[in-house]
Design a protein around this ligand. Structure first.
Ligand code: ADP
Length: 247
């Protein structure tokens, strides 16, 4: 793991449902000691607790559509202001629309991180062939205790439907049903994919071929993050400033 004082900065994972954002986010968390901010998980938590936001989001999520932007900003801002985000964080599932990307840019610049130059957020685009997504999503299972992800076809647990780590029965996400998946993929195509161009124009986008064995994808991601960090540290040394503001 990177030492506890190293600034990693914001890492954004972009890619369609089933591209492996959650799995790679967890690997990044383990290696760099920064938190994973998954808006899907935050929303599912609201749904489970029956909050006002959860009640509003529940039916939208069940249809595979996106929750309105305005509902997202509060939960993301609250989470990013938590002290554990000061060294950086990995965003999984946010931003998902052009409006969310603009909001994040303004929020980071204003409140958290230097938002331009070599220390700007790193955007990793997980590139996958759409043909494989159905298997990835319908086979996905997760452990409600430790959050570990499995795929009954591609990365099955040692014992059928039980978590390798703690033996908890694995769960299936309601929106991983075949009839919902198409809606999620079209929402991605329509609302999220344009962000690829947006981040490319800003020079922040690094495409990663995510159609390979998981360890290969993870190794490439770690390499990209390490390079990004070095460039950021070097730039900070040149200007004599700290790589990131840690307020
Ligand atoms: P996936 O990326 O595999 O589709 P997530 O767990 O990231 O799954 O998201 C599940 C659902 O939560 C989405 O289909 C959507 O309804 C909602 N959601 C998550 N993040 C956002 C977001 N940034 N904006 C709007 N809706 C979101």
């Amino acid at each position: 793991m990177a030492d506890e004082t190293t600034q990693i900065g914001p890492v954004i994972l972009l890619g369609p449902p089933g591209a492996g954002k959650g799995t790679q986010a967890r690997n990044i968390v383990e290696r760099y000691g920064i938190p994973q901010i998954s808006t899907g998980d935050l929303l599912r938590d609201h749904v489970a607790r029956g909050t006002a936001l959860g009640l509003e989001a529940k039916a939208i999520m069940a249809r595979g559509e996106l929750v309105p932007d305005k509902l997202m900003y509060g939960i993301v801002a609250d989470r990013l202001r938590a002290p554990d985000c000061r060294r950086g964080f990995v965003l999984d599932g946010f931003p998902r629309t052009a409006a969310q990307a603009g909001w994040l840019n303004a929020f980071l610049g204003k409140e958290l991180f230097d938002n331009s130059g070599p220390c700007a957020p790193l955007v990793l685009q997980l590139v996958v062939d759409y043909g494989g997504l159905l298997l990835r999503l319908t086979g996905r299972r997760s452990c409600p205790t430790c959050g570990r992800l499995y795929n009954i076809y591609l990365q099955p647990p040692r014992v059928d439907e039980l978590c390798d780590v703690d033996g908890t029965p694995l769960i299936f996400r309601d929106d991983d049903r075949e009839e919902v998946i198409q809606g999620r993929i079209s929402a991605y195509e329509r609302q999220t994919k344009p962000l690829v161009e947006y981040f490319r124009e800003q020079g922040r986008l690094v495409p990663v071929n995510a159609d390979r064995e998981l360890p290969q994808v993870t190794a490439e991601i770690f390499g990209v993050i390490d390079d990004h960090r070095k460039k950021c540290e070097l730039a900070a040394m040149k200007t004599g400033s700290a790589p990131r503001q840690s307020n």
